[in-house]
Ligand binder design. Structure first.
Ligand code: MN
Ligand code: MN
Length: 465
């Protein structure tokens, strides 16, 4: 082997390394990543909505010894508890050796994803076909949601307090639903619309049936027959749609992508690709130094509003209750806490490289992404993580040999976005975004790399252990 030149040596010492982690990784690490992602894919299939994600996560945690937190009960180091917020958000905690007042290490991901919610009065009949009106949830490219199989998930809440759970279209033997699009032959006028208006919000109407109720006379017989079927199955009438949360999601299962199976394709990876690592990491930790807290939140995709979103006081109360359980001061506990806001970033797509600024973009297989700030225009609407906190996270990742990269959400002034980081920062907590790079983010079918998912898990584990 020839000796390194002075230039090579100096570069090694001074230049920042940015490498394909998958290429450098050992077989052992890649095998572990593959194995880990089998669990991840199963989670994706059983957790297509925030309610299902809470249910699945709680079941996994209970199996690992977590119990529902009881106010007034004393918990000791190593005890595992969870706090379920209305079945749509949940916090898991493992009590640390130090007092909660000394601060907790939080990982926060969200379990809601862009989708199509049914309107309060969804069902109608037109031209002897029955359809559902929808109102899209989160930022979607509406045209992507037509002519693909859809499944209906959610709940009817009846006036007597009964909850009827709905899931239709996931099993092979179940029917699915579809939003029809115009044939290209007659789309001359539609094609002149902008991409954003290619399919309009009020055109996202889901076909749900065509069989008319057998009768000699009467109108809306197809709608009547649908309601009859729903009444038989769920005991509901049309009015019960008013107190329902029903969501149309893509009826596709998580799957490996590529000849080499190095990638995963699935609906709802933003942000279950971070929620699953946060959940499995807190399940796997033993007795942490500081109390560990993994929060799976709802409503991020519409701005974290509402009592199950992270702009609410939910997280404040969780930390407060844990501190008070030990006779500690809630606000001191919050001020001493640190957080990884676990959310996805936009990976660089070979086909759309121009939206990225290459030197600050993230890439698939380059590991978990640390994003110092998100936002739009002059960093508007972001929590810009402090240099000090980013330094401590860098140190943690490097010490544990976790492959990571830095990222930005696209070129300056091209768009932007935000995460829950800003709301947690508002509490006085040190927070930085860390997550997995995704292609086709917010599409009905999103792409991630298995290696990055596994590195995300390792980062969550290291942060909370
Ligand atoms: Mn997200
Ligand atoms: Mn999102």
């Amino acid at each position: 082997m020839s000796e390194k030149t002075q230039v090579e040596l100096l570069k090694e010492q001074l230049f920042k390394k940015n490498e394909n982690g998958r290429q450098k990784a050992s077989e052992e690490v890649l095998n572990k990543a593959d194995e880990y992602c089998e669990g991840y894919k199963a989670f994706l299939d059983s957790a297509k909505t925030e309610r299902e994600a809470v249910k699945t996560a709680v079941a996994m945690a209970e199996k690992a010894g977590f119990t529902e937190f009881e106010l007034g009960k004393k918990y000791n180091a190593g005890d595992k508890v969870y706090i379920n917020n209305r079945g749509k958000a949940v916090a898991f905690a493992v009590i640390g050796k130090e007092a909660v007042e000394k601060g907790v290490n939080i990982t926060a991901a969200h379990i809601d994803s862009p989708r199509l919610d049914l309107k309060p009065n969804p069902l109608y009949e037109e031209l002897e076909l029955a359809l559902f009106k929808t109102h899209y949830y989160g930022g979607i490219k509406k045209y992507q949601w037509t002519a693909i199989p859809l499944a209906l998930h959610g709940v009817f809440a009846l006036k007597d307090g009964t909850i009827k759970e709905v899931s239709v279209g996931e099993r092979d033997d179940e029917p699915k639903f579809v939003i029809n699009d115009l044939l290209p032959h007659l789309a001359q006028e539609q094609s002149k619309r902008t991409l954003n208006e290619g399919i309009k919000g009020e055109e996202l109407n889901v076909l749900v049936g065509s069989h008319p109720f057998k009768s000699d006379k009467g109108s809306e017989l197809v709608k009547l027959n649908i309601l009859k079927l729903l009444n038989e199955k769920y005991g509901i009438t049309e009015e019960d749609f008013l107190s329902a949360e029903l969501e149309m999601v893509p009826a596709v299962k998580a799957t490996d992508l590529g000849f080499d199976r190095s990638l995963i394709g699935a609906y709802g990876q933003d942000d279950r690709v971070c929620a699953y690592p946060a959940l499995t990491a807190i399940i796997d930790i033993d007795i942490p130094q500081k109390t560990a807290l993994a929060v799976l939140a709802d409503k991020e995709e519409i701005g974290s509003m509402g009592n199950t979103g992270l702009e609410s006081d939910f997280l404040r109360y969780v930390i407060g209750d844990l501190a008070k359980m030990q006779g500690g001061d809630p606000t001191v506990a919050i001020r001493n806490s640190k957080c990884l806001s676990a959310d996805v970033n936009a990976g660089t797509d070979p086909t759309f490289q121009e939206v990225m600024e290459r030197r600050n973009a993230s890439f698939l297989n380059y590991g978990v992404v640390v994003t110092k700030y998100t936002g739009a225009r002059g960093k508007s609407g972001t929590s810009d993580a402090s240099a000090e906190f980013v330094a401590s996270v860098r140190n943690m990742l490097d010490t544990a040999e976790i492959v990571w990269q830095s990222g930005e959400l696209g070129r300056v002034d091209l768009g932007g976005g935000g995460t829950v980081a800003q709301y947690i920062a508002n509490m006085g907590v040190d927070v930085v975004d860390l997550g997995v790079p995704v292609l086709s983010m917010h599409a009905p079918f999103e792409t991630t790399a298995k290696f990055d998912v596994y590195m995300c898990y390792k980062a969550m584990y290291e942060f909370m252990r």
